[in-house]
Ligand binder design. Structure first.
Ligand code: G3I
Length: 382
């Protein structure tokens, strides 16, 4: 009777050598899948070879696309090797936390742009585009918010925040997530799926329109994005979330609200096999038919529950990246692929994932990097 672990180990070593070359060999992913409820999608004969030395930003730019990643001032300041890797591969810097309310607004009367300004300067110095997120969200709010903001003054706080922040970065940011995660079908009691947020409670659904109109007035040049998550899979939540987001975008466009793009966060899960390419293509086409651009804004792959062996794990994660991007990049309205972090050392997923990103914790490239590079190589030119 074979011991699957020894088979897995033997083949993982073989895979390990090939994996280092970006090639794959026959593996025993099936053996790893055996006994699992949902077989992992790993295409065992898959080849992750990448030709040439071009960086991700170069491969993206060759197709009229932007590649970038989210990070923080505290990370770039403290780790030169990471900063150099970031500059080499990224054509856009996304402020992961440094432009959030809790960072800028330590108290109701102060706007502290120190961290955001440092990031904007770093991006400018290294020829990168700069992206802000979010202007309005139900989370990431400072501690004083709950005590200070109410039905009477919520509109003033919303308009003042967006005006001051968007004006401060006018002409500097490429795009803003003006409103983030307004839809949450899995927990909303409303037919429109709007998430219970202080903004909805105090201002009604009109807060979304108000946010976009205010941002457009403060920075007429920035691309104004509606950003949301749970849009990726053929699941009851994914199907309902896509439908609700599309309806919201249709409502906003019908009222001539200045929304320019949809941000799809794309926090993927390696073990989730219910990705339906046709449904995704249809959704992207519907969004594009509204005259909207599309950005993949927070791409990463949660790897909870994958085999411990990192060579096998990395291949399954790489397959998830390439399978997803090879579909979404077929839609020419998709203009950017932005990962939520660049290295496993600084991922927000550290509690549930070991190797979700494209560089490991020692800033060594992984097969996920190859997968993204291959997706850019195969993408149609914009
Ligand atoms: O910087 C402070 C530090 O000084 C303090 O000692 C420490 C402990 O309290 O907190 C640090 O701030 C943390 C911050 O991340 C920076 O690391 C906040 O507590 C923590 O809440 C914050 O979490 C961020 C989270 O959004 C909430 O804002 C994650 O890093 C960030 O990756 C995550 O990103 C979100 C997107 O904005 C929206 N889409 C989902 C995505 C994942 O949740």
């Amino acid at each position: 009777m074979f011991n699957h672990q020894s088979i897995a180990r033997r083949h993982a070593i073989k895979l390990g050598l090939a994996g280092l070359l970006g090639m794959t060999t026959v593996t025993t992913t099936e053996a790893i899948n055996r006994g699992r409820q949902t077989p992992l999608r790993s295409h065992p004969k898959r080849d992750f070879t990448v030709v040439g030395q071009a960086s991700l930003k170069q491969r993206a730019a060759a197709k009229g696309l932007i590649f970038g990643a989210a990070t923080e001032q505290r990370i770039l300041l403290t780790n030169t090797q990471f900063a150099n890797t970031f500059v080499k591969d990224c054509g856009m810097l996304v402020a992961e936390n440094d432009l959030k309310w809790f960072t800028i607004r330590s108290n109701p009367h102060i706007f502290d742009f120190t961290k955001g300004d440092w990031l904007a300067k770093f991006a400018r110095t290294h020829g990168m585009l700069f992206r802000g997120t979010p202007l309005v969200w139900e989370l990431g709010l400072p501690r004083w918010f709950k005590k200070k903001v109410n039905h009477k003054n919520a509109e003033r706080f919303l308009v003042e925040h967006i005006t001051k922040v968007a004006k401060h970065y006018a002409g500097i940011v490429h795009s803003w997530d003006v409103v983030n995660e307004a839809i949450a079908v899995s927990r909303s009691k409303r037919s429109d799926g709007l998430s219970r947020s202080p903004w909805l409670e105090f201002l009604g659904e009109g807060y979304i329109e108000l946010a976009f109109r205010t941002a457009a007035k403060a920075d007429p040049k920035a691309m104004l994005v509606y950003n949301d998550r749970w849009l990726d899979y053929d699941t009851p939540v994914g199907n309902a979330q896509r439908a609700a987001v599309l309806k919201l975008l249709e409502r906003l466009k019908s009222k001539k609200i200045p929304v320019h793009a949809l941000g799809i966060q794309a926090h993927l899960k390696a073990r989730e096999t219910r990705f339906n390419a046709e449904k995704m293509r249809g959704f992207l086409k519907d969004v594009a038919s509204l005259g909207l651009k599309i950005l993949i804004t927070e791409l990463d792959v949660q790897d909870e529950g994958l085999p411990a062996d990192s060579m096998v794990r990395d291949r399954i994660i790489a397959a998830a990246y390439e399978d997803y991007l090879s579909v979404v990049l077929d839609e020419k309205a998709v203009i950017a692929v932005l990962t939520w972090g660049l290295s496993d050392r600084y991922t927000w997923l550290s509690r549930t994932s070991k190797r979700p990103l494209l560089y490991d914790s020692y800033f060594q490239r992984k097969l996920a990097w190859n997968a993204i590079a291959r997706a850019f190589e195969q993408a149609p030119k914009r």
